[in-house]
Ligand binder design. Structure first.
Ligand code: R5P
Length: 296
């Protein structure tokens, strides 16, 4: 197997290639004056299996199209199979037609990934809510890995786990909160969330955790609106320390500053979206999944 990457996938591609001892192909990439993108992969790809790394955060359309060009270039060049390693899969939250005549983006994006020529997909903590399994939106083999046990181990190592209550901001987060709670041997509570705008939410539920510490767990933080509301409520209820743990820290605008202001201790995230909160690498997780695929 060979490894290549788009402009958002280089760090993880390099780590995984080094863990597995695979050859890394650095693609040529540029934009034409009119904004169209160009890619070319230099190397002997005929008959090879190639893993393409690209995470789809923050400028998802551009990155998805660049990914598609890479996959097409590989297939045109004779690659046998292409594995899309997409640590953060964008658009998964639009998993229902909420109002008439909306797109079902959570299914469209997988279709576009498939249409490009992808044979298999590996992703991490995909936002699965109304769709329960990755295979409900992909018709190619799709593996959804979870980084929650790795994140929980990091938390225990650096902060311990006694006196902690794990808090999930909404029913969707229950799947991730319960994994972390089990790993830490901690109790958990799941709140209810109502979204009132792109950046604002209201949460309700029993927040009486006075004198305890809380760890808020979610799949992602985007604008920070959810975290800011939950952290603020917990601190006002007399919770001593509030940390947050997510797989994907998109941290749009001043999300990090807003969470600090609300009383956050530490934000712990993975490198599916590399940034200031990336404390835990998903490279070993991705390497293990690719290694398994190789032996099949
Ligand atoms: C939605 O249900 C997700 O699990 C997150 O809670 C949400 O996307 C976070 O977005 P924001 O940081 O903008 O509140």
């Amino acid at each position: 197997m060979l490894v290549t990457f788009g402009s958002s996938g280089e760090v993880l591609a390099r780590s995984v290639a080094s863990i597995l001892g695979l050859t890394l192909l650095t693609p040529e990439r540029r934009s034409f004056p009119d904004g169209e993108q160009y890619v070319r992969i230099d190397g002997d790809i005929r008959g090879k299996d190639v893993a393409v790394f690209q995470t789809l955060a923050l400028r998802p359309e551009q990155l998805l199209f660049e990914y598609s060009l890479l996959v097409d270039a590989l297939k045109e060049g004779g690659a046998r199979t292409v594995v899309g390693v997409i640590p953060y899969l964008a658009y998964a939250r639009q998993d229902r037609v909420f109002r008439p005549n909306e797109p079902l983006s959570a299914r469209l994006v997988p279709r576009l990934i498939e249409a490009a020529g992808t044979d298999r997909v590996v992703t991490v903590d995909m936002h699965l809510h109304r769709f329960r399994e990755a295979r409900e939106v992909f018709s190619i083999p799709a593996q959804n890995l979870t980084a929650m046990p790795l994140l929980a181990s990091y938390y225990r190592e650096h902060h311990g786990s006694s006196g902690i209550t794990v808090v999930g901001p909404d029913s969707e987060s229950e799947q991730w909160a319960s994994l972390v709670a089990t790993e830490l041997g901690a109790p958990s509570i799941i709140l209810e969330k109502e979204r009132v705008g792109d950046r604002e939410v209201k949460v309700s539920g029993d927040l009486s955790l006075r004198g305890r510490d809380a760890l808020v767990v979610d799949d992602m933080v985007s604008t920070g609106g959810t975290m800011i509301e939950v952290i603020g409520r917990l601190r006002r209820e007399g919770v001593r320390r509030v940390d947050a743990l997510v797989s994907h820290a998109l941290l749009v605008g001043d999300a990090a500053g807003g969470m600090k202001k609300a009383g956050l201790g530490e934000l712990i995230a993975t490198d599916t979206v590399p940034g200031s909160a990336s404390r835990v690498s998903v490279a070993p997780l991705l390497a293990a999944a690719l290694r398994k695929g190789l032996s099949h």
